[in-house]
Ligand binder design. Structure first.
Ligand code: 26V
Length: 826
């Protein structure tokens, strides 16, 4: 029997799991036999992966328990990151890296005839998120654990994650992501830590000893079952927890009272309606829809999470009056905002605190991040739906709103419009962003520009009311996954040249600048990129059957498909280049491979249409002999974390071309620069801060700036037709959308055409077209001088350390959470 023992050791200043090759081989063999009841040599690769995963989890268990014991004993402030989404990707590689045993494991397995990478690839991505917001949550978990911060995730264990995308006949087709089909070696079900969440019913008020009491009756109970996943810190003996909740009926038996009355259907339907709560992740990330099931999901995980935090806190601390000194709860966008009234409910109804004390504790505990300014993504719930589903919570929100509006009336006498705008409940809706701002002590944006826009525009009323609540925390990415793990060759070069201090202090990457005049280093950078491109080229051939030239510029736009991210702009310039090549087949251009990947929300017609356009353009160009393979277009299907890990290290040019002001931050921009890609970008989100870091000469900027865009929004004056009339190239490429050039059905791309022209081009694609083409020309000029290009790449790498999520998390810990952090080993 394998015993999980804590075997960390200090080796050359590194704190890693102590395991030698032979004991690893023995453990692995034993594990395999015990798990599968057969010899290793008879096992499938999938079984080999499962054995390795569960062995690694065994290695982690004792440290996990010790970390929890330590937290309970020391009473350090605990941070809980509440998020509807955690986009973790695969965990095995990360775990091996953070435990410091990747090399030993690779060698040991190879001696057993097993290729580590091959079986690592069999792990199903944990894709419980839509994009930026969910991936950010995953990076934050990694950074909190690696910085010794007691910080844990709380979310939903969706049975089906983000849908799998297939491209069939140039169109996106969605398939369910049954990620748990083969089981999940990382999670532990904690049956004894279940909570009950109550929906519907009504509230009876009463009085006991002169105090008001509220009893929730006739509700539908739902059992929230937690599944815990270890979050392993980097070589530091810390293992934090991601707790995801699954919804089950309170009893696995049918409701016998219904059943005995012959109401079989009712019993089954209760079971189904409960299980529906954690069945599937909503695949929209920009259009809010007032769906009851989503509200249920939100209350479900928030209520379970807060109840379990309070229960745990009381067990180890006891004194609820100091809850806010010991606990910080962060809400990732407005989705978990019900944490505010839920904490109030527990403090008032269960702990018997006064309103004033409960409110002080709640505000001090909760902090909120805004991730988008798109008005259509703002959550608001119809009062009737809210009240019926959550009667007691609604009463509390009403009271919060009543007290808060009283303040507003006194402050803004007679300014009814302003008060209505700022109220939590108005026009028949409960407005979640307003509740989040009022009920928290900190509101942050995710990049400097985004925070300024929140302060000065979108949330200006609130900013003037509570200026000290507002702050910026520019996003970051974990360099462990996005450099050490995904780009081992570049990591080796960095270690050889600047040592390995950058692993614990990512801003030490700056030292790499001192090596960029060394032709050897420049050469190596080129070779590494080529190697990564060749790997990706193989993947492209395997998945799309397209042969791409690894000497061409790999020009990449991978992200959710959305009008504001402007894949259309990218596509139109490819169409323009194609036109030029047809006109002049001898045109001397630097070959380019245009790579796209990304999913469209299933109900977002325009985004799906954009995917189809990209695929049709790809087919037409790739099959046109006249192009002579100078350009190729590739749309890779099913973009996810693992695919990103293959694409990003192989990229030469990173496309960050959103309409200025619309992309709150962006995070792939940071991953690309860290892997030595050059960015072509608008001055949007964190692109601005990337430019400030690398300097204007090492990034290619184009397009309208924020002031210009905001000015158009405010004063109007934009005419797409005016621009179109003056630009022959635009006339040609927009006509190509509707003349059958890319699709015999001439109406296929009419909606794109109409968005650009009839509906006056909301995202300024036409306006930025000329400046984008000129910027692309600058890219060509720069690429001609390979050495200069590589040096620019090196400068980007050297300046990327500041975008490590370690920096971001330190800012959250010190500036928002008041963590009692010890930066051990830092
Ligand atoms: C919004 C909604 C709206 C209602 C329907 C369901 C749903 C699900 C998710 C979201 C969140 C969208 C916000 C988001 O992902 N924002 C992205 O956050 C990144 C991390 O801060 C940031 O880098 C991106 O710029 C931003 O678009």
């Amino acid at each position: 029997m394998l015993i999980a023992i804590n075997r960390y050791k200090l080796l050359g200043g590194r704190c890693m799991l102590s395991i030698d090759k032979n004991s690893f081989k023995r453990d692995y063999n034993n594990k395999f036999v015990q798990l599968h009841g057969k010899e290793l040599k008879e096992g499938s690769n999938q079984q080999k992966y499962e054995a390795l995963g569960s062995l690694v989890r065994d290695y982690v268990i004792s440290t996990w328990m010790e970390t929890n014991n330590k937290y309970n004993q020391t009473g350090e402030k605990q941070v809980y990151y509440f998020s509807m989404e955690f986009l973790l990707g695969r965990l095995l590689g990360d775990c091996l890296l953070n435990l410091g045993i990747r090399d030993i494991c690779k060698e040991a397995l190879s001696e057993l005839g097993i290729n580590l990478e091959e079986i690592e690839n069999l792990e199903h991505d944990q894709g419980l998120g839509n994009g930026g917001l969910g991936r950010l949550a995953a990076c934050f978990l990694d950074s909190m654990a690696s910085l010794n911060i007691p910080g844990h995730g709380c979310g939903i264990r969706y049975k089906y994650g983000f849908f799998e995308q297939k491209i069939v006949d140039s169109q996106q087709v969605e398939a369910s992501d049954n990620w748990l089909r083969e089981g999940n070696v990382w999670e532990i079900k904690k049956q004894d830590k279940c909570e009950i969440v109550k929906f519907g019913g009504s509230v009876i008020s009463g009085e006991v000893d002169g105090k008001l009491t509220f009893t929730h009756v006739n509700y539908e109970p739902v059992l929230a079952v937690p599944y815990d996943t270890p979050i392993v810190g980097y070589e530091n003996e810390v293992v934090n927890t991601l707790r995801l909740w699954s919804a089950e009926p309170v009893s696995n038996e049918f409701d016998f009272s219904s059943f005995s009355r012959g109401d079989f259907i009712k019993a089954i339907s209760y079971k189904n309606s409960v299980e529906a709560i954690s069945l599937v992740l909503y695949p929209e990330d920009s259009f809010y829809e007032g769906k009851m099931l989503r509200l249920k999901q939100q209350y479900f995980f928030v209520s379970a999470g807060i109840q379990s935090i309070v229960r745990h806190f009381k067990k180890h601390n006891g004194n609820i009056a100091i809850f806010d000194e010991k606990i910080a709860i962060h809400i990732n966008d407005t989705h978990p905002t019900l944490a505010i009234p839920e904490l109030m409910r527990i403090l008032l109804d269960e702990e018997g605190l006064s309103w004033e004390t409960a409110w002080r504790i709640t505000q001090n505990t909760i902090s909120y991040t805004n991730h988008t300014i798109l008005a259509e993504a703002l959550e608001k719930w119809p009062v009737d739906m809210f009240k019926n589903l959550l009667p007691r919570i609604y009463m509390i929100v009403e009271e919060i709103n009543r007290r808060y509006c009283e303040e507003l009336w006194n402050k803004y006498v007679g300014q009814w419009d302003k008060i209505a705008r700022m109220a939590i409940i108005s026009d028949g809706y409960v407005k979640m962003a307003n509740l989040a701002i009022v009920g928290s002590h900190s509101v942050n944006g995710v990049a400097k520009l985004h925070t300024e826009i929140l302060k000065k525009r979108e949330m200006s009323d609130f900013y003037y009311l509570y200026p000290s609540k507002f702050n910026n925390k520019t996003n970051g990415i974990t360099h462990r996954r996005w450099l050490l793990k995904s780009n081992p060759k570049l990591t080796s070069l960095l270690k050889e040249t600047i040592g390995d201090s950058f692993i614990k202090h990512p801003t030490d990457l700056e030292n790499f600048k001192n090596h960029l005049d060394d032709p050897n280093v420049i050469n190596r950078l080129g070779e590494i990129k080529k190697y990564n491109k060749e790997n990706l080229a193989k993947e492209i051939y395997k998945s799309n059957g397209i042969l791409v030239d690894t000497n061409s510029i790999f020009d990449v736009q991978v992200k959710r498909i959305h009008a504001y991210k402007r894949q259309t702009l990218n596509c139109l310039r490819i169409m323009e280049l194609y036109n030029n090549l047809l006109e002049n087949p001898n045109l001397d251009i630097i070959p380019r491979t245009f790579i796209f990947a990304g999913k469209a929300a299933p109900g977002y017609y325009l985004a799906k249409n954009i995917i189809e356009l990209i695929c049709r353009v790809a087919k037409t160009i790739n099959n046109d002999k006249r192009v002579n393979d100078k350009i190729k277009v590739v749309m890779l299907e099913n973009y996810n974390v693992s695919l990103a890990e293959d694409i990003i290290p192989a990229t030469d040019l990173s496309e960050q071309i959103s309409t200025t002001t619309k992309e709150a931050s962006g995070t792939s921009n940071m991953k690309f620069m860290m892997n030595g890609a050059i960015t072509i970008a608008t001055l949007d989100g964190a692109n601005i801060e990337i430019k400030d870091e690398v300097g204007e000469d090492n990034i290619i900027i184009f397009g309208l700036n924020a002031e210009e865009v905001l000015n158009y929004h405010k004063n109007g004056g934009y005419s797409a037709w005016d621009i179109w009339n003056k630009d022959k190239r635009l006339q040609r490429v927009t006509d190509d959308l509707i003349n059958g050039k890319y699709c015999s059905d001439i109406d296929r791309f009419r909606s794109i055409y109409e968005n650009l022209l009839t509906y006056n081009d909301e995202f300024f694609v036409l306006k930025d077209f000329d400046s984008y083409l000129k910027a692309q020309e600058r890219v060509n000029q720069l690429y001609i001088d390979k050495n200069k290009w590589q040096k620019m790449c090196g400068i980007n790498i050297a300046h990327s350390g500041i975008f490590s999520s370690d920096r971001t998390i330190k800012e959250y810990a010190t500036g928002i959470w008041g963590s009692t952090v010890i930066y051990k080993n830092l």
